[in-house]
Design a binder for this molecule. Sequence first.
Ligand SMILES: Nc1ncnc2c1ncn2[C@@H]1O[C@H](COP(=O)(O)OP(=O)(O)OP(=O)(O)O)[C@@H](O)[C@H]1O
Ligand SMILES: NCC(=O)N[C@@H]1O[C@H](COP(=O)([O-])[O-])[C@@H](O)[C@H]1O
Ligand SMILES: [Mg+2]
Length: 389
Amino acid sequence: MAFTAKILLLGSGELGREFAISAKRLGAQVIACDAYAGAPAMQVADDFEVFPMLDGALLRAAVEKHRPDYVVPEVEAIRTEVLAELEAEGFAIVPSARATMMTMNRDGIREVAAVELGLRTSRYRYAESLEEVLAGAGHTGLPCVIKPVMSSSGKGQSTVREAGALEAAWDYAVANMRGDRKRVIVEEFVDFDYEITLLTIRTRAGVLFCPPIGHRQERGDYQESWQPAAMSASAIADAQDMARKVVDDLGGYGIFGVEFFVKGEEVIFSELSPRPHDTGMVTLISQNLSEFDLHARAVMGLPIPSIALRGPSASAVILADRASEALSYAGLAEALAVPGGEVDVRIFGKPNSRPYRRMGVALALASDTDTARRVAAEAAGAVRIGYGD
Ligand SMILES: Nc1ncnc2c1ncn2[C@@H]1O[C@H](COP(=O)(O)OP(=O)(O)OP(=O)(O)O)[C@@H](O)[C@H]1O
Ligand SMILES: NCC(=O)N[C@@H]1O[C@H](COP(=O)([O-])[O-])[C@@H](O)[C@H]1O
Ligand SMILES: [Mg+2]
């Protein structure tokens, strides 16, 4: 078989699966890697490898075995020092080894944004012990948000409103962190009006932006997103300016999900992913090219002549509520028949569930974002997960 490019995908969840589909449509060969078999992207890839991506030796072995044209990380938790070595040896790491190293841990990207680039962020301190957490909260004030420096989708995150709860928040963060660094960030709680993801694409022909995506989070994890987010032209310009600075600093080609809090006209940088963003799944219905298509084109050096919004759109997550290895789904027909807009659904096909695990997403395009949100939420609610009991 002949392919246009060989891609080694590090992380094979729902975002990786859509990326694999986009890359395969452009003729790429995709080898999907993750720590468990049957991961969503593995179901559509040409080949797969199962190993923990924090294991540097196994990571190197997979790259040397397949010798890909592009190594495309899909999760934060990867032995990024090995990616840096591989880049030095001539492998193309997407978007760059520096981007993956700086964003694997929250302290890395926070230092780049707040210290090196001088972007506006929340007040923050790092802590490696309960004493340092208490001191950090003294610096930020209460309420504050405590997060492991290595985690995603809100894992180990809590908002602390009174000093008595700081110890429990520290214990919770340490118990739910990824990796081996017992370190948290203590952040000032930002009482924002709304928050957005600005999908920013760094290409060989310059930096491109998608219309801002609004989203709502619970437990630090995304519940629904919509596009376009209502935002003033000057606030969009501020966010674009900050996003451009960060992606130019991190370097390489690909899509970045740059997260901001907005209060009035003030735009505050939060964090970013140097890869497709979960809230960006709305682009599967909202744009001519989804965030996965855009990433595939930017990675493979293909042109992006225009990014067009098809219409106001929304996504709503389908979450499991308990653990099971005997999953089934019902209600797809009802979901796809929800009136009021164009509806679509993605079921990720994860082999097992746990409480709050994201198992699918409903997508809607409608006359306005409020209607799209309502339709997407109704469609997500119509999908019923069976747990085999
Ligand atoms: N300092 C803060 N003030 C107010 N809310 C916050 C703060 N930090 C985080 N949050 C809330 O928690 C959500 C998740 O935080 P953050 O994006 O830092 O975590 P994450 O685990 O990296 O999530 P993901 O991987 O899904 O992007 C934010 O989108 C926001 O809603
Ligand atoms: N916020 C980051 C994010 O949404 N990442 C997405 O979730 C998957 C892990 O899901 P799992 O925990 O259900 O295996 C990742 O592989 C990625 O697709
Ligand atoms: Mg986030």
